[in-house]
Design a binder for this molecule. Structure first.
Ligand code: SF4
Length: 273
């Protein structure tokens, strides 16, 4: 597909951004994005994501005689420490050692609860099933669909019971049950892309909350698909130039776009820029 079409198609990350604040789609599309500051919190998210990609290996190395997944996760943590700066070489260039060490310590402290939750999932569903739910078939593949006018890069796709299924790795908090609404829409969007790419139906996906080691199965409902299409159309409109209403909320405090986001009215882009 020509690159120009990929650029024009809505990206699944824009749908997720829309759910946070529609205006962020507007500013991000107009290249107002500010480079994120590499804080220990930002690094913590990167590390958790890389660590979680090693959960299936850690589980696989445990046996009935040697059940200590905690030790295996510590081995994976050592891998992350050794590989992180190689994987994110641009983002982490000139990173102060102190920032790196702070993030490493925070993630290492999570390993107890990650081990406990993975052990509980294995007890409940069996080792093979858990490995199948989180073992990537491909990590971060670029998926696009002319039919959906959408592109997306999921954390991973997995081969689950002979089918390609989305796996979304989340590094934030985990809900008490099920998945967050935004994660449900994200999984549905990726599932729709997979259906078009692999010409097979996708009935569910998985969200892995890396910080806690929780793995949640998500059934994709017709309403989720409806929402994806509705939001994609809204994203298209925003990218064409409609500035959405300002959605004032606690999120504004941490938003990269506050210095641009001064008007409260929605309007045509041409009047503002
Ligand atoms: S400052 Fe608030 S309303 Fe404006 S883009 Fe950011 S989150 Fe949205």
């Amino acid at each position: 597909m020509p690159l120009i079409n990929l650029k024009l198609h809505a990206n699944v990350s824009e749908l997720t951004l829309y759910l946070k604040c529609p205006r962020q789609v507007y500013y991000a599309y107009r290249n107002h994005k500010l480079a994120p500051e590499i804080t220990p919190e930002y690094l913590e998210h990167m590390m958790l994501k890389e660590l979680s990609l090693g959960y299936p290996d850690a589980i696989e190395r445990t046996t009935d005689e040697k059940q200590n997944i905690h030790d295996e996760l510590n081995i994976e943590m050592e891998r992350v420490k050794a590989e992180l700066e190689l994987i994110y070489s641009t983002e982490l260039r000139d990173l102060p050692l102190k920032v790196l060490e702070t993030a490493e310590n925070i993630v290492s402290e999570q390993i107890d609860s990650i081990a406990a939750n993975l052990t509980e999932s294995i007890r409940k569903h069996g080792r093979e099933e858990i490995i199948q739910r989180i073992r990537p078939y491909r990590t971060e593949p670029v998926l696009h669909s002319d039919k959906l006018k959408m592109t997306g890069i999921p954390s991973a796709i997995i081969q689950y019971k002979e089918r390609m299924v989305p796996l979304s790795i989340r590094t934030g908090k985990c809900p008490d049950s099920g998945v967050w609404g935004n994660d449900r829409i994200h999984i549905a969007a990726i599932a729709m892309l997979l259906e078009d790419n692999y010409e097979d139906s996708v009935e569910h996906g998985f969200v892995q909350y890396a910080r806690h080691g929780n793995i949640r199965k998500v059934k994709i409902r017709p309403e989720d698909r409806r929402q994806v299409l509705k939001i994609r159309k809204r994203v298209d409109t925003i990218k064409e130039g409609i500035l959405p209403e300002r959605k004032e909320g606690p999120i504004c405090k941490y938003c990269n776009f506050t210095k641009f986001c001064t008007t409260t009215k929605s309007s045509l882009a041409s009047k503002l820029f």
